[in-house]
Design a protein around this ligand. Structure first.
Ligand SMILES: O=P(O)(O)OC[C@H]1O[C@H](OP(=O)(O)OP(=O)(O)O)[C@H](O)[C@@H]1O
Ligand SMILES: Nc1ncnc2[nH]cnc12
Length: 178
């Protein structure tokens, strides 16, 4: 499937979760078997080329793609979770989103010192989630140099912000604000 065909599988819902947001919904993409497989293949190829030794995915939509890519690549998967979900001691970080704020936490012992960890998520908007995740992973001892997304919303500046945090970015498709 071409990137353009994959893009056509993403559904846009206006005014969700708040008025003025064009919500780019991957439900319809992952609901298409060949589309989901081609998306995971695209991500797995980039992860392999990056030399990553593990994949971190951000709850919740990052788990869908991150875990699939990790399993296909036979790499460890590190879940970066929303606040209060992990039963162990955690490290955490608060961050801002396109439509609010949140907190992410992880088990610091899930990373080994110097491990090269790539981030995988469904969508890059302001970059708040991915920058916060890079900060957490680095605090735990990881080397974080790459992030891979299905969707980038370039108007929101996430790729620029991530490069400022020394993270290289690649995305399968882009949506302009409209
Ligand atoms: O670049 P940013 O501005 O940080 O936005 C991108 C993040 O927003 C969405 O997650 P959300 O927090 O809505 O959670 P969900 O995956 O649980 O739906 C999306 O899955 C990314 O993780
Ligand atoms: N416009 C958007 N659509 C889907 N998920 C998002 N996460 C942040 N902004 C988003």
């Amino acid at each position: 499937m071409t990137p353009q065909e994959l893009k056509s599988l993403v559904r846009t819902i206006p005014d969700f979760p708040v008025k003025g947001i064009q919500f780019r919904d991957i439900t319809t993409l992952i609901g298409n078997g060949p589309g989901f497989a081609a998306t995971v293949d695209w991500l797995a190829t980039r992860v392999k080329d990056s030399g990553a030794q593990a994949i971190a995915g951000m709850e919740a939509r990052g788990f869908i793609f991150g875990a699939a890519v990790a399993a296909q690549s036979a790499l460890p998967f590190l879940p970066v979770r929303k606040s209060g979900k992990l039963p162990c001691d955690t490290i955490g970080v608060d961050y801002a989103l396109e439509y609010g704020s949140d907190r992410l936490e992880m088990d610091p012992t899930s990373v080994t010192a110097g491990q090269r960890v790539a981030m995988v998520d469904d969508l890059l908007a302001t970059g708040g989630t991915a920058c916060a995740t890079a900060q957490l992973l680095r605090q735990a001892g990881a080397v974080v140099s790459h992030a891979f997304f299905v969707i980038d919303l370039p108007d929101l500046g996430g790729a620029v912000k991530l490069r400022e945090c020394d993270v290289e970015v690649a995305a399968l498709m882009e949506f302009d604000g409209d």
